[in-house]
Design a protein around this ligand. Structure first.
Ligand code: PMP
Length: 389
């Protein structure tokens, strides 16, 4: 079974929204769906299903370098984020996060603290999208923090958070750390034996697994008054009731294993392609700005503001390229990117920003097509909007 190339369709540069399914994942999903068995059943068919789940749990744990016992399968990172924040917040104290987080963290944090808005501390980010460590330390110094939640990599700009000093400072005060690592896992190595976060969220479709499946890493030994979102049969040690999505989980595991095998080679190849895309666009389009700390980004992401060219018009003018305006999760909504606004961009700049995100199957041919289409599209939109003298 091979992955179908996108040569005939648009050049697919929207990996941060979702990535093409890896052939290994497709095979594992199909194989699980061809079998029958509830992972909770004790007969042979049930054991076959639970065997697939166990394998996937180990494959995910290997990618993160943690124990398979620390993995709770969920329906994705949204659910994992909800579970983590809900549990930690229930322990009492403030919830500290940043204004550039994904809505799956931000909206959860706002909902949890709706009745006590001073329980929520939103740390600012600078113009490069980096969280201010001064504000972080000041928030910790109040000594009433339950949890710090900072994303490992930003979905819109790719900006990476240096988690080590965050964890060190938080743990000195006994504060738990959660990281939404949805955009990092499977794109860059992460070693949970070294990075001592307590809770971490991921979503399989960002690294070539199926949509609708993810996981929450819960470090063994942490004390957490867990609050399930779903009550029922007590699966996943009570964290997440409901019949396990065996096929999805098997696909997630297979994708994790495939991603792990090729991680280092893929990351450097993707970074090279991204740099070609970015440099070509900056040079050929002119009057644009790359968003996010250049030296501290995911290899496959570039967020570019094309001044004077609204992103919706640019994207409509290049139908042969699949890219995003701001974040895909909010596309269709008229509000500008909260991430870019938090980085100090104007509304107009935010509205004129396109995110290209590359991944494991991106080719030099995709990049050539994207460069020529985007250059043409931006010129066309700028010309159409130019006020005649
Ligand atoms: N966090 C981040 C950083 C994301 O990019 C996404 C997906 N856009 C999510 C959480 C939510 O993932 P899912 O929709 O798969 O639950």
């Amino acid at each position: 079974m091979t992955y179908k190339s996108h040569d005939v369709g648009p050049a697919y540069l929207d990996y941060n929204a979702t990535s093409p399914t890896r052939p290994e994942a497709l095979e594992a999903v199909l194989s699980a769906m061809q079998a029958v068995g509830n992972a909770s059943s004790t007969h042979r068919s049930g054991r076959d299903a639970s065997g697939r789940v166990d394998l996937a749990r180990r494959q995910i744990a290997d990618l993160l370098n943690c124990s398979h016992r620390e993995i709770v399968f969920t329906s994705g990172a949204t659910e994992a984020n909800n579970l983590a924040l809900r549990a930690a917040f229930a322990a009492g104290g403030k919830l500290v996060t940043s204004s550039a987080e994904h809505p799956a963290v931000l909206e959860t944090a706002k909902a949890l603290t709706a009745e006590s808005s001073d329980s929520l501390v939103l740390l600012p980010v600078d113009e490069d999208g980096l969280v201010g460590m001064g504000a972080f330390r000041a928030a910790l110094a109040t000594n009433d923090v339950a949890i710090v939640s900072l994303m490992a990599a930003n979905n819109e700009t790719g900006v990476l958070t240096d988690l080590a000093p965050v964890v060190e400072a938080a743990h000195e005060l006994g504060v738990l750390v959660h990281s939404d690592a949805t955009q990092l896992v499977g794109r860059l190595p992460i070693d949970l034996a070294e990075t001592d976060v307590d809770l971490l969220s991921l979503s399989a479709h960002k690294f070539g697994g199926p949509q609708g499946v993810g996981a929450l890493f819960v470090r063994r030994g942490i004390s957490l008054p867990y609050r399930p979102l779903l009550f029922g049969g007590g699966q996943e040690r009570g964290w997440r009731a409901g019949t396990l999505n065996v096929a999805g989980i098997a696909g997630a595991g297979a994708a994790a294993e495939a991603a792990q095998k090729s991680l280092a080679a893929e990351a450097s190849q993707i970074a090279q392609l991204r740099d070609v895309l970015e440099e070509s666009l900056v040079e050929q389009v002119g009057d644009c700005r790359v968003n996010g700390a250049r030296g501290q980004r995911l290899p496959g992401v570039t967020s570019i503001t094309f001044r004077g060219a609204p992103a919706d018009a640019v994207l409509a003018a290049m139908p042969d390229v699949a890219a995003s305006e701001g974040s895909a999760c909010s596309s269709g909504a008229p509000s500008p990117s909260h991430v870019l606004l938090a980085m100090g961009r104007s509304r107009e700049e935010a509205d004129s920003t396109v995110r290209f995100s590359l991944g494991y199957a991106t080719t030099a041919h995709d990049i050539d097509r994207a460069v020529s289409s985007a250059v043409r599209a931006v010129r066309q939109v700028r010309a159409a909007l130019a006020v005649p003298l």
